[in-house]
Structures are given as structure tokens and as C-alpha cells.
Design a protein around this ligand. Structure first.
Ligand SMILES: Nc1ncnc2c1ncn2[C@@H]1O[C@H](COP(=O)(O)OP(=O)(O)O)[C@@H](O)[C@H]1O
Ligand SMILES: [Mg+2]
Length: 264
């Protein structure tokens, strides 16, 4: 965990202001306000379908806000055209919820993909060096795994390869959408450890969406709880764990009893 000072808090690398997102007639995000201090890890918690993935898709400009502003490293993403978005995305690594790999490409080409997209001037030799380095950083046997195809990898290995692809651009910001879902607890813990190592080695700002409370408290500098379209709690690790907010307490207890009503 990192020491965040007042300067970092006043100058966050990402700032979301009054983000509202409506799909058809459904208002998924009502008024989301958040800051992400540079070099910190923030965990976003929330019920399934509450809009967590929607928030991070706005940060990379994969979705357009109905209204509101999303500032990333001094740029208002919500007002960017495609070309400006490409420049923003150069600095962001994104591990998708399903780890999405191109099935028809081997792991080497999957991991190399963002490099080839963004740095057309790189030689094959330079690309190979970077790909092998990133695969090794994620704890994979790079020489062996590079030539395999996604369907030849276990779930844990696929997540690692997805991580290698997310960090290949050496981004300032990494977004992890449920990186440990579907993994056993031991592999989950290894992935969380890896996320922490990457943060230390690369000094990145991370946003992590997860349902795993144990991993959350292990990784987070800050935690946020998205509920009914708003961030109803945002606090540092210690304060979040000890909050008296009954909604958060219900979440932490994983309990059906409390202010959060389920009608499903
Ligand atoms: N492209 C889309 N079109 C229509 N509805 C969407 C779209 N993406 C997400 N939604 C809806 O927005 C809500 C929030 O989705 P999502 O952000 O994926 O939730 P979470 O990641 O918290 O589980 C869901 O009800 C989902 O069906
Ligand atoms: Mg999601």
C-alpha cells in the first residue's frame, strides 16, 4: 500500500464528475463522483448489474456519458473524438471481465496486439523483447506459453496472459474488471499478489472491480461502493472496513438482512 498525501488527493489522475448513463429508459448511473489519486489502487464494489463495468468503460471512452465529465490525466474523455481517445488509451491497460483474448491468435500475438496497434515503428525484435518480458513478469513460462493458443491455457494462465497484454504498453493506469472471478482462492490470491507487484514495479494507478472482499482489502488503498447509480461510500482501506454505513456493513457481512432489498 502506498502513502497518499494531500497533494495526490487534490490532483487525482482520474476524476469523475456527475457521470450519468442511461440505456434506453434505464438510468444505470445517476450521479457518480469519484477521484483516483495517482499511484493508488481503488476497489469498486457493488451488486451485480449495478454499473461497475459501465463506469470503467467510460474511463477508456468505450461508452459515451449521457452527461457528466470524466477527466483522465488532464483530458476530458467525455469530450474526446476517436483520435484523441486513442492517445488516452495508450496510457491505460484494460483487463476485460472475460479476459477476452483473440482465439485465433497465439498468446504472443495476443499480447503483442496493443503494441502493434499503437507503435507501428517498433521492430519485431523489440516487440519480442517486450512481450517476453511482460509474460515473465506475470509469472508465466514465457518461452513455452507464447506459442500456445488461448484455449490451451488454464483459467489462471489466461488471466496472467491477459494481464501481460494489459501492461504491455507500460501504462500509467490499469483497469481490472473482475480479474479473479471464476478462479480458485489460491490462484485468486496469486493474481492479487501480482497486481500489487505490478503496482510497485510500474508505479501505476489501478482500478479494481471485484466481489472478493478478502482480496479487496489486501489490494486497496481506497474502496468505493456503487449503489443505485451513486457512490454511496468512498474511504481509505481502514475507514471503509470500520464504517458504520449500514449499506456497507451489509455488503461486508454478505448478509440478506439490512437496508439493501433484493426482489429477485
Ligand atoms: N451496452 C449496453 N446496452 C444496454 N444496457 C447495458 C449495456 N451495458 C450495460 N448495460 C446494463 O447496465 C447495467 C449495468 O451493467 P454493468 O456495468 O455491466 O454492471 P456490473 O459490472 O456492475 O455487473 C445492467 O443492467 C446492464 O444490463
Ligand atoms: Mg461487470
Amino acid at each position: 500500500m502506498r502513502n497518499i498525501n494531500q497533494f495526490d488527493l487534490a490532483n487525482p489522475i482520474i476524476k469523475i464528475q456527475h457521470l450519468r448513463k442511461v440505456f434506453g429508459t434505464k438510468e444505470v448511473l445517476k450521479d457518480v463522483n469519484m477521484i483516483f489519486p495517482q499511484g493508488s489502487t481503488t476497489v469498486i464494489l457493488g451488486l451485480s448489474g449495478s454499473g461497475k463495468s459501465t463506469i470503467i468503460k467510460h474511463i477508456v471512452g468505450l461508452m459515451k456519458a449521457t452527461s457528466g465529465e470524466i477527466w483522465v490525466d488532464g483530458v476530458n474523455v467525455s469530450a474526446c473524438d476517436e483520435q484523441e481517445l486513442r492517445a488516452v488509451r495508450k496510457n491505460i491497460g484494460f483487463l476485460f471481465q472475460d479476459g477476452a483474448m483473440f482465439d485465433s491468435m497465439n498468446i504472443f500475438d495476443n499480447v503483442a496486439f496493443p503494441l502493434r496497434e499503437h507503435f507501428k515503428e517498433l521492430t519485431e525484435e523489440e516487440i519480442e523483447k517486450r512481450v517476453m518480458k511482460m509474460l515473465s513478469l506475470t509469472g508465466l513460462d514465457a518461452q513455452r506459453v507464447a506459442r500456445l493458443f488461448p484455449n490451451e491455457l488454464s483459467g489462471g494462465m489466461r488471466k496472467r496472459a491477459g494481464l501481460a497484454r494489459a501492461i504491455i504498453m507500460e501504462p500509467k493506469i490499469i483497469l481490472y474488471d473482475e480479474p479473479t472471478s471464476g478462479l480458485d482462492p489460491i490462484t485468486s490470491d496469486l493474481i492479487t499478489q501480482l497486481i500489487l507487484d505490478l503496482q510497485e514495479k510500474l508505479g501505476v494507478t489501478s482500478i479494481l472491480i471485484t466481489h472478493d472482499m478478502k482480496e479487496s482489502f489486501k489490494a486497496a488503498d481506497y474502496l468505493a461502493f456503487l449503489f443505485e447509480g451513486e457512490i454511496i461510500e468512498w474511504a481509505d482501506n481502514y475507514a471503509f472496513k470500520n464504517t458504520s454505513n449500514p449499506y456497507v456493513r451489509q455488503l461486508l457481512n454478505g448478509s440478506g438482512e439490512g437496508p439493501i432489498q433484493f426482489n429477485g
